[in-house]
Write a protein that binds this ligand. Structure first.
Ligand SMILES: [Zn+2]
Length: 484
């Protein structure tokens, strides 16, 4: 039994408590009379919130990203120099953008007989050299591959031992603990060493490191998942959830399905998964739910038409991942739909205003989290790490101030309050968890807490950019504590 004291504790109704008692991993008392025989845990004057959850990220992918060189802030010349100095036979670098303007021709002089793959920041495109094109039997003039071809190249060169995958996962979880994240919903089971091996890595690592892990089942490993026991799978720190499938692509790769299309091309985007409807039918036959990547406003309308035709069972909800751009029609179609949305507030900061440079027309709704909530739709916040840094304080900042990287405010009418933003990382972020005793400070809920140095309701915008995490507590255990 533990008594957490000397801090401010936020209860679901916004009122504050002085202490919390926990036992066997659960909250057993709030504002109890202090009994000296109980083990006292010092909150060091911090502000305690329910454990923060990241509703959509890629845990192993994030760990891999942390273990790699990030080229996003380098110049083209520096990137080519880095490749030339790297003596490995396979060179994988993260953070390439169209701004770098690197093609396979640029890579001729610096890569000789080696394989070079530069992953783009949206993870839907890669720039590769001729050696990789030859290896994969692809023909491409620029070496810039998108969607299916990009995934093929990434998958081919991402094969590493299970020990290496475990080290990626450990690194990711330790980093998330530092950001105050106690749980995450992750899409990892397809991209590395297959369903079984990857799942075993999770089970091994979660014995050593506490983290509430909810894994999406990529449609490419659905058969393995069913063979392995499917939805009956039970583990204290691990849940298996919806079937992940891509509907369209991304804006920066010009593959998101946009109603009014893109400048300099006739394309309105791409239906990324050709047999999408067949997958939906199969998922429904199995009684499962979907987790669908959808970015474009046209993509959302078309997706909702499919989901209307093939709805989930009663009491089930699908999850839509991203949906930053929504048309008036799409917004109306969303009303009363059995869905939740996994949104990324940091995308607002990163993707605006440059998105407007490539779009023919501004969509009706842009990152409309306030309107979505008004429609009664649960919005769960997330980072999509490694696409964004999984720091929820940045998400809270951008969802409330709605400032992008040009420091301008976008659609201020969609600005939400700090409390609403915190809810999107706590009580709303667990909407798709199978176990529901979490996300708020309540007797009977799990003892997962995030403790910040300051009150998130009143701290300045500027302070949200600094490291405010004092302590991260999972299952009654302090998994991270800021050094004095
Ligand atoms: Zn993702």
């Amino acid at each position: 039994m533990k008594l957490w004291t000397n801090g401010v504790i936020y209860l679901p109704d916004g009122t504050k408590a002085h202490n919390i008692m926990t036992h066997d991993g659960l909250i057993t008392g709030i504002d109890v009379t202090v009994d000296q025989s109980i083990e006292h845990m010092d909150l060091k004057g911090g502000y305690l919130y329910p454990g923060f959850t990241d509703a959509h990220l890629h845990l192993i992918g994030y760990g891999q990203y942390l273990s790699r060189i990030d080229i996003s802030n380098m110049t083209k010349h520096e990137i080519l120099q880095t490749i030339e100095n790297d003596k490995r036979s396979v060179i994988l670098l993260d953070g390439c953008t169209s701004m770098h303007n690197i093609t396979k021709t640029d890579l001729i002089g610096v890569s000789s007989a080696r394989f070079v793959l530069l992953r783009h920041t949206d993870f839907h495109s890669v720039t590769v050299n001729q050696q990789i094109l030859d290896k994969l039997n692809l023909v491409n003039d620029t070496g810039i591959l998108t969607e299916k071809e990009a995934q093929l190249a990434i998958a081919y060169f991402s094969k590493v031992s299970n020990d290496v995958i475990a080290s990626y996962l450990e690194r990711a979880i330790q980093m998330l603990h530092q950001f105050g994240i106690t749980g995450g919903h992750s899409d990892d089971l397809f991209y590395f060493n297959g369903y079984k091996d990857t799942l075993e890595v999770f089970i091994e690592v979660l014995k050593r490191l506490k983290f509430r892990t909810h894994l999406l089942v990529h449609h490419n490993v659905l058969d393995d998942y069913i063979k392995d026991g499917g939805p009956t799978y039970i583990h204290p720190f691990l849940e298996l959830g919806s079937v992940k499938v891509f509907f369209d692509g991304t804006l920066s790769s010009k593959t998101a399905l946009m109603k009014n299309g893109y400048k300099d091309t006739d394309s309105k985007g791409l239906y990324v998964t050709e047999d999408f409807i067949e997958i939906v039918k199969k998922v429904r036959r199995l009684g499962l739910t979907l987790a669908v990547h959808v970015i474009g406003d046209l993509g959302l309308e078309k997706l909702l038409e499919v989901l209307e035709k093939y709805p989930p069972s009663k009491n089930q909800k699908d999850r839509l991942i991203h949906t930053p751009w929504i048309s008036e029609k799409g917004m109306n179609m969303l009303k009363n739909k059995p869905i939740t949305i996994d949104a990324q507030p940091q995308f607002l900061y990163s993707d605006l205003p440059s998105a407007f440079d490539i779009l023919n027309q501004k969509p009706d709704y842009i990152f409309p989290w306030k309107t979505l909530a008004k429609q009664g739709i649960v919005v769960s916040f997330s980072s999509d790490a490694p696409v964004e840094i999984p720091n929820p304080l940045l998400g809270i900042l951008y969802a409330t101030n709605r400032r992008a990287n040009d420091n301008k405010m976008y659609e201020q009418n969609e600005s939400i309050t700090r409390k609403e933003a915190i809810d999107h990382y706590t009580i709303d972020a667990i909407a798709q968890n199978l176990k529901k005793n979490r996300g708020s400070i309540k007797i009977g809920n799990i003892a997962d807490f995030t403790v910040f140095k300051h009150d998130l309701a009143t701290v300045s915008d500027e302070s949200l950019k600094s490291d405010l995490v004092l302590m991260t507590i999972i299952d009654e255990t302090i998994v991270y504590e800021r050094s004095a």
